[in-house]
Design a protein around this ligand. Sequence first.
Ligand code: HEC
Ligand code: HEC
Ligand code: HEC
Ligand code: HEC
Ligand code: HEC
Length: 431
Amino acid sequence: MSSALRDRSRLALVSVMLTWLVLFIPFTAANAVMLNGEDVPLHRISADECRLCHMEIYEQWAGSMHAKSSAINDPIHRAFYKQVVGSPEAEDVRTKNGSYPVCLKCHAPNAAQEMKTKLDDVPAFSEGVNCVSCHRLKEFKGTRLPNGKLQLGIDAYVMAENCQGPSGFPASFEEHAAQATAGETENPHHQRPFVSIDEDVEMALPLEANPELLKTSAACLGCHDKRNNSHGVPLCSTGDEYVHGKTHVSCQSCHMPISGGFADHTMGGGHDEATLRRALIMKIETEKQNDTIQTRVKIKNQQPHKVPTGAPFRNMMLQVTAYNRDGAVVWRNYEKNPMMEDPNSYFHLVLLGDDGKPTSPPKAKSLGADNRLEPYETRTLTFDIPAKDVALVRAEMNYSLLWPGLKKALSFLPEHLLEAKKVAFAESRLH
Ligand code: HEC
Ligand code: HEC
Ligand code: HEC
Ligand code: HEC
Ligand code: HEC
């Protein structure tokens, strides 16, 4: 059954109960939603409550990094959070200078709403960026204050106490509403008390149309624009890259494509192989000249942001390999370490410490070299390969979430977070 149908049959059933329930359940206070007869602030509503009707969107979200963004659920974030801030299971945790941990304003926005730090307290905190984290965003104020200071995550937004939707009341909605309210159509559907059939839950959830926010990049930039470490060094700057990319294409058009009749909430990035495979176009050309094969590998970034974008330790390595007729390797651009053997084939950002040597994000004092692909850039790398015995040249681009040094330091992480993923591939046969 499609999700729309499932909603419909559910709602038909619900409507029978609603005709009498509506008479007894009072409408909610303006600053809360009604759950099981109690006023609950919207930021404490778990994704489980939305799952009752939005099953497919729930499943997509549950598999996304948004659902794993808190230090309870993301092992990489957890490792850094514990190092820089402290325990995600304790209350009143503060940073060394006594301030509330800024991380939570993006990674656990519902806890940040109450300045709480014990993330296992309620599901809506540990869930990280859950349904209401985004569907409460009312207005984007920007990430930079007039005095140059940053306001990040939920601080960059005016937050609503009712649910914000991209279109308000979709066409199919009228039909549901008419059924559910049995003739009382003047009240919109998300404003009626709901009863779930699976569990004994009643809910009233006012919904407001907000296309300016939800259909534009403003829905993302409060958290994805930029972030500095405590020394003011920019660690992530997807938003700045995007401005530099001079595009009118929204983040949603790639990261929330319409699929199965609604906006997909999978929101793949560096953790998702399928998203990574779309990022680049890679081509290889070979030309034999005397004793060498001149090889050109052309790489085009299709995005209005850098690749890799996001966290500073994301990186890519281009492995170029020449094989003989029997499939044995006769040449390689690097054996083990492209950083030393072929730096142009290692796409990464360097962060520098006090001593001018590469260091980790929390310790960085300045930015070093950055040879990640610029927005929409096409880059050509050339290789002179000794021609003897070569029958085939292959280029492979591999993406890693972490720098090689960090992989070693965090070797306790699950294997799938440490493995490199193949994102592009091209080969040329010699005659
Ligand atoms: C009892 C069923 C029910 C529950 C529970 C429910 N919704 Fe909905 N919701 C609907 C129906 C029905 C629609 C309209 C049809 C559609 O878009 O699928 C809708 C539409 C929406 C829309 C789209 C509105 C637009 O502008 O296009 C959003 C956003 C939304 N819901 C968010 C949520 C969130 C967040 C939760 C949990 C806090 C939630 N809903 C819980 C039934 C429900
Ligand atoms: C309230 C803050 C917030 C908002 C709003 C937000 N995100 Fe995120 N997003 C995060 C956080 C935090 C993570 C990282 C989770 C982690 O890796 O721990 C993330 C992860 C992602 C990832 C996956 C990155 C990876 O490592 O695989 C993508 C893609 C993404 N977001 C896209 C979007 C898009 C598109 C929007 C707007 C429609 C958006 N986000 C809105 C906070 C937010
Ligand atoms: C990272 C932010 C983010 C999170 C988390 C998120 N949404 Fe959304 N959602 C959006 C945006 C942005 C849109 C509008 C997409 C568009 O129309 O361009 C949207 C659209 C929707 C719609 C309308 C879909 C359609 O195309 O008709 C529904 C329903 C919805 N969300 C429900 C949910 C539910 C339920 C959850 C949690 C399981 C959830 N959302 C989590 C950002 C988010
Ligand atoms: C043309 C399609 C496209 C557009 C538009 C786009 N992205 Fe991406 N994005 C991708 C692809 C493909 C990847 C995977 C490659 C990578 O990680 O760099 C990606 C990766 C990401 C990641 C993953 C970073 C990580 O650490 O894993 C984030 C976050 C992200 N995009 C956010 C955004 C935001 C925010 C916007 C809007 C300002 C946006 N993207 C616009 C295609 C797009
Ligand atoms: C402005 C919002 C914001 C703030 C503040 C923020 N982050 Fe993030 N963080 C993100 C987003 C968005 C991503 C995922 C996409 C990307 O890579 O840009 C992310 C990704 C990460 C990752 C990589 C996670 C993974 O799964 O690979 C780590 C680690 C991390 N953040 C640690 C922290 C720590 C520690 C703090 C606080 C000191 C913090 N972040 C503050 C938005 C933020």
